[in-house]
Design a protein around this ligand. Structure first.
Ligand code: ADP
Length: 282
C-alpha cells in the first residue's frame, strides 16, 4: 500500500497505522494557457495544454529549454496562474501553493544555518513537535542521511543536499511531488545514483510525481508516462507510456524497449526543434 492512500492529515510515519481512504494525487490540467507580459511584450509560455496524471503515477515532462515546462509545473504548484483553463489537484482548483504539493527545485534551497534534521523538520514542525520529530527521523532514514542529521548544508555533497530537499518536500505528506530539473546541477555519476535513489523513495512513498527534465534518458529511466512539449510556445505534442518494468536499474539502458522509447522521444524533439528553427527564420 502506498502512502498516497493514507489519510491526508496523518503525520504518523509508521506504515502500520495507515488508514485506507481515497487515493490522493490526481492532477487535472484542463486547457491551460499561461501568458506573461502585456501588449507587444506578451510571451505565451504554455499554449492550451491538457493533461491528466493519475494518483501514484510518475510522469516526466520533457522538452527543450524555454518550452514552458517549468511554467506548466508551476501552474500545478500554484506559483503561476493560468491565463485560461484550470488546474485541479484531487478535484480542488489550484489557486496558490499548498502543503498538498511538495516542490523540489534544481537549486537545493536549503537554509544554510540549519542542520539536515532542522531543514527536513521545517514542514512537519508546523503541526506538532513530537510527531514532527518522528516524521523527520522517518524521512531522514528514508533518504539515507541519518548519520548526517547534524551536518549543515555546506558540509554535504550536492547529491546529499538534494536528498535533504526531497525529504523536506515529502515530510509534509504531500499528495503530489513536483520536481523541476532536481538533478540538473549534479554531475553525471551522482545524477544516476540520485535517479535510482528517487525511484526507491517513490516506490516506498507512492506519491504522484510530476518531474520536469530536458534529459531524454532521465525521463525514460524514471517515468511511467512521458509528456513531450513542443518548442515555444509550449504545448503537449506527444505522450508515451513507458513499457519498462519496475524495479528499474541503469543497466536497462541497453534494452530494446528502452532504446525504442528513447528514439521516439528524440524524433519528436528533433522535429519540434526544426519547426521552431524554421519559424524563427521565416
Ligand atoms: P522551461 O522550463 O521549458 O525552460 P519556462 O517555463 O521557464 O521554460 O519558460 C517558458 C517561457 O516563458 C520562456 O520564454 C520564458 O522566458 C518565459 N517566462 C517564464 N517565466 C516568466 C515570467 N515570470 N515572466 C515573463 N516570462 C516568463
Amino acid at each position: 500500500m502506498s502512502i498516497n492512500q493514507t489519510s491526508s492529515v496523518s503525520t504518523e510515519p509508521k506504515k502500520s497505522s495507515i488508514v485506507s481512504v481515497e487515493p490522493r494525487g490526481l492532477i487535472e490540467i484542463d486547457k491551460v494557457s499561461v501568458l506573461f507580459g502585456k501588449g507587444d511584450q506578451v510571451t505565451t509560455a504554455v499554449q492550451e495544454t491538457s493533461l491528466v496524471v493519475e494518483p501514484g503515477e510518475f510522469v516526466c515532462i520533457l522538452g527543450p529549454s524555454g518550452c514552458g515546462k517549468s511554467t506548466l509545473l508551476n501552474s500545478v504548484a500554484g506559483y503561476a496562474y493560468p491565463t485560461t483553463g484550470s488546474v485541479r489537484v484531487d478535484s480542488e482548483v489550484v489557486t496558490g501553493p499548498g502543503p498538498d504539493r511538495g516542490m523540489v527545485f534544481q537549486q537545493y534551497s536549503l537554509l544554510p544555518w540549519k542542520t539536515t534534521f532542522e531543514n527536513i523538520a521545517l514542514g512537519p514542525k508546523l503541526t506538532n513537535d513530537l510527531e514532527a520529530t518522528k516524521t523527520t527521523e522517518f524521512f531522514l532514514d528514508m533518504v539515507g542521511l541519518t548519520k548526517y542529521r547534524n551536518h549543515y548544508p555546506s558540509e554535504l555533497s550536492g547529491g546529499m543536499q538534494q536528498r535533504v530537499g526531497i525529504a523536506r518536500a515529502l515530510a509534509t505528506y504531500p499528495s503530489v511531488l513536483l520536481m523541476d530539473e532536481p538533478f540538473g546541477a549534479l554531475d553525471a555519476q551522482t545524477r544516476l545514483v540520485m535517479q535510482e535513489s528517487l525511484l526507491d523513495v517513490w516506490s516506498e512513498f507512492g506519491t504522484t510525481v510530476l518531474f520536469v527534465t530536458h534529459d531524454v534518458d532521465e525521463s525514460v529511466f524514471l517515468a511511467d508516462k512521458i509528456i513531450v512539449m513542443s518548442a515555444s510556445p509550449g504545448k503537449v505534442v506527444a505522450e508515451f507510456d513507458n513499457p519498462l518494468p519496475r524495479p528499474r536499474s541503469q543497466s536497462m539502458a541497453t534494452r530494446s524497449d528502452y532504446i525504442e522509447l528513447k528514439q521516439k522521444c528524440l524524433d519528436v524533439i528533433r522535429s519540434e526543434s526544426l519547426r521552431a528553427f524554421e519559424l524563427q527564420n521565416s
